[in-house]
Write a protein that binds this ligand. Structure first.
Ligand code: GTP
Length: 372
């Protein structure tokens, strides 16, 4: 009888212990859910790709005591690479942009599902960079059944991510991340559409006018040079007339790309309208700006654009160059829009002289400075 009672008491104690453990786990889960919901709201509120990526890569680790968080995103069109670059984002070590989908497909196979278990160097390669976690959670990011990326959590605790553990939390997180990513990308696309020339993909005039004022303010504040180029494709009407408007459009796209290829990060190129492009070169003194303009002119002159029936089209451009110091010297009190207008007008006037001088020329800065 006594032993039976003792047995019951021991069982009771064990049950109470289990109950306590369950209660502790429930409280911990509740706490985790609260932290998770907090981060979830911030993910939903992210206003840019950079903000979203930083939230995932930087804020998740301390909030959930994860040792390593990395992210791979599919970037077939290099759209994300461009976005991160224009947002001045230095490379984030934990973010990998993949131009092809094969790496993701190899990781998840035909039916992507979250994967929890021990880290396997052969299979997981350098998903976690220099960190060697002991257990990992790999979460496929899916939109409409397509793999668009993969989020990886790594823990130094071998028990943390276990194949038997429930994946409800993680699946919900992956679904939210994928939706948020698509949503911020769409927001970025909309923002860019208002500032981009749809035909050539370079900035539009509206963006240029805004950017020009910012660059003038910066140049004044830091006493550095600012050069402006005004470029016009020579005899463009003839190209349209003899080869058709579609071929003319191709020429404009090509010229936009060729200009862009000669510029540094921080320079700005925009389509002013028709066959005219404008360029801003911050911190370029007159001699350096002339070299850049000359390089652009030469690059365009050697480019052959494919035309109908195996023919090729040769193009040239004329470029006018003006320096901020020419138009801003005696009028430090001039408003930014007025100075920006004068700067572009001075470059346009130099362009006019290049056309008068025979085209396929760079002219400026200053009156009569014919340099090639
Ligand atoms: N294909 C195409 N043509 C355009 C576009 N915008 C303007 N144009 C054409 O560009 C041509 C510009 O011609 P002009 O201003 O006479 O200049 P040009 O023939 O380049 O002569 P110069 O500048 O004096 O060397 C016009 O025929 C416009 O119709 C466009 O988006 N696409």
């Amino acid at each position: 009888m006594r032993t039976e009672l003792e047995g019951l008491a021991a069982e009771n104690l064990a049950l109470r212990g289990q109950l306590d453990a369950l209660l502790r786990e429930a409280r911990a889960n509740e706490d985790k859910l609260r932290r998770f919901e907090g981060l979830e709201h911030r993910l939903i509120g992210a206003g840019s790709v950079v903000e979203l990526v930083k939230l995932l890569l930087c804020d998740y680790k301390p909030a959930f005591g994860i040792d390593s968080v990395t992210l791979s995103l599919l970037d077939r069109e290099l759209e994300l690479s461009r976005l991160l670059k224009t947002q001045g984002e230095p490379e984030l070590e934990a973010l990998r942009l993949l131009p092809l989908g094969d790496e993701l497909e190899a990781l998840y196979g035909m039916t992507p599902r979250p994967w929890l278990g021990p880290f396997d160097a052969r299979r997981h390669g350098d998903l976690f960079g220099a960190v060697r976690p002991r257990s990992v959670a790999l979460l496929p990011l899916l939109r409409r059944g397509e793999l668009i990326g993969s989020l990886h959590f790594g823990s130094l605790d071998a028990q943390r991510y276990d194949a038997q553990a429930g994946t409800q939390f993680l699946e919900r997180l992956a679904a939210i991340v994928a939706v948020c990513l698509e949503s911020v990308l769409n927001q970025e696309r909309l923002k860019l559409a208002g500032l981009t020339d749809m035909l050539t993909g370079v900035h539009n005039r509206r963006y240029f006018e805004h950017r020009c004022q910012i660059e003038i303010a910066q140049a004044r504040r830091h006493h550095h040079a600012l050069a402006c180029l005004f470029l016009d494709v020579d005899f463009f009407k003839r190209i349209n007339d003899s080869h058709g408007h579609a071929r003319g459009d191709l020429v404009l796209r090509t010229v936009g790309l060729l200009i862009q290829a000669q510029l540094r990060a921080g320079d700005t190129v925009a389509r002013w309208g028709g066959e005219e492009f404008v360029v801003l070169l911050p911190r370029a003194a007159a001699a350096a700006a002339r070299d850049i303009a000359e390089r652009i002119r030469q690059r365009i002159a050697v480019q052959q654009v494919p035309a109908a029936a195996g023919q090729v089209l040769n193009i040239t451009a004329s470029i006018g160059l003006a320096m901020l110091e020419e138009v801003d010297g005696s009028a430090a009190d001039a408003t930014l829009p007025a100075v920006a207008e004068r700067l572009v007008a001075a470059a346009d006037a130099a362009l006019y002289r290049a056309k008068q001088g025979g085209r396929n020329l760079v002219v400026g800065p200053g009156i009569g400075a014919l340099i090639s």
